[in-house]
Design a protein around this ligand. Structure first.
Ligand code: NAP
Ligand code: ZN
Ligand code: ZN
Length: 349
């Protein structure tokens, strides 16, 4: 077994603390990765605080993982020692259902994907995430990472990146489409970069006036302060798509008004409470709401390769692990530009 240092939540309402555990030995198809950076996703906070229910403790969060391969099993063909590698939100799935066969493992119908943390592997053991020094994962669920980009900026691509890339691709965003991104956080800033790089006219919808300049630097063409009633009135009926990344309860109906007839809101933010929605908001102008969950391994690799080719990374603030509890508080205040990333060297002491 492989001794691993980590930080864990021991329950839903006390700060994360040091935790030691053992990773499984490297099997024939496994790669062992020494973790270098791990991004901090708002889903980590939701799960640590049991906002979605069913959280299991101790919980080692973290599903935006990049590192270096230190050992491979005898049957591994994709990786060798010394390669860079990434792990996203899941580490296994049934591999045989129609969704797995289609490369959409996140929608696995054969028992569901095995989450990178807060989940159980196929042997029934708890899974532990990337706020840790090492991880052992089957090569089929491990991503190749280019050495062209700064690694700390690549880590958030494994969740924030794919979660925004995948639905923009799915709905077919193309040059000239009017795309609004709601919420400028970890997901939102990647959504702006991708939508702009696909040629869309991008509008940032944000509750934070202080983010206007940043939004434009990230590639947004327009900025609408959602508290500005006149600006919101003017934006009514103007967007083909709204990518909604908001993590907290909010007025979905108000934002649906901003869509054109036949427009689509893509929901990726997962607030703890159900969405309240008057049916007329959809019916009167044949509007659509769809949800989207991360992306499969094939598409995640496509996204990573796209980012390497187009020089796209996340804007990050690198922290040491002992800053994690403070980082959560700052994220809840919207005080992150635009993703915290843990330098896991700080876990080695
Ligand atoms: P984040 O960095 O905290 O960003 C969330 C942004 O939402 C904030 O920066 C803020 O932007 C806006 N916001 C926060 N509270 C709001 C409120 N009450 N009303 C309106 N806007 C508000 O979070 P993240 O890591 O990007 O994650 C966002 C959500 O996506 C979370 O719920 C997370 O669990 C979920 N998620 C889903 C998937 C998936 O597969 N579907 C994957 C990863 C994460 P402004 O300051 O610009 O208003
Ligand atoms: Zn995430
Ligand atoms: Zn499956």
């Amino acid at each position: 077994m492989i001794a691993t240092n980590a930080y864990a939540a021991y329950d839903s309402n006390t700060p994360l603390k040091p935790f030691q555990f053992e990773r499984r030995n490297v099997g024939a198809k496994d790669v062992q990765i020494e973790i270098l950076y791990c991004g901090v996703c708002h889903s980590d906070i939701h799960q640590v605080r049991n906002e979605w229910g069913g959280s299991k403790y101790p919980m080692v969060p973290g599903h935006e993982i990049v590192g270096r391969v230190v050992k491979v099993g005898a049957g591994v063909t994709k990786f060798k020692e010394g390669d860079l590698a990434g792990i996203g939100c899941f580490v296994d799935s049934c591999r045989t259902c129609p969704q797995c066969a289609a490369g959409e493992e996140q929608y696995c119908e054969g028992g569901g994907m095995v989450g990178t943390y807060n989940s159980k592997d196929r042997q029934g053991n708890p899974t532990y995430g990337g706020y840790s020094t090492q991880i052992v994962v089957d090569e089929q669920y491990t991503l190749k990472v280019s050495d062209k980009l700064p690694l700390e900026g690549v880590a958030p691509l494994l969740c924030a990146g794919i979660t925004t890339y995948s639905p923009l691709k799915y709905v077919g965003v193309k040059a000239g489409d009017k795309v609004a991104v709601l919420g400028l956080g970890g997901l939102g800033h990647m959504a702006v970069k991708f939508a702009a790089s696909f040629g869309a006219e991008v509008t940032m919808l944000s509750g934070s006036a202080s983010k206007e300049q940043d939004a434009k630097k990230l590639g947004a063409h327009n900025f609408v302060l959602t508290k500005d009633a006149a600006a919101m009135e003017k934006a009514k009926g103007t967007f083909d798509y709204i990518l909604n990344t908001v993590s907290a309860e909010h007025d979905y109906a108000m934002y649906l008004d901003l869509l054109k007839t036949n427009g689509t809101m893509i929901i990726v933010g997962i607030p703890p409470t159900p969405l309240p929605l008057p049916a007329g908001k959809l019916i009167m102008k044949r509007k659509n709401i769809i949800g989207s969950l991360i992306g499969g391994i094939r598409e995640t690799q496509e996204m990573l390769d796209y980012c390497a080719e187009h020089n796209i990374v996340s804007e990050v603030e690198v922290i040491n692990i002992d800053q994690i509890n403070d980082a959560y508080e700052r994220m809840l205040k919207g005080d992150v530009r635009y993703r915290f990333v843990i330098d896991t060297a700080s876990l080695k002491q």
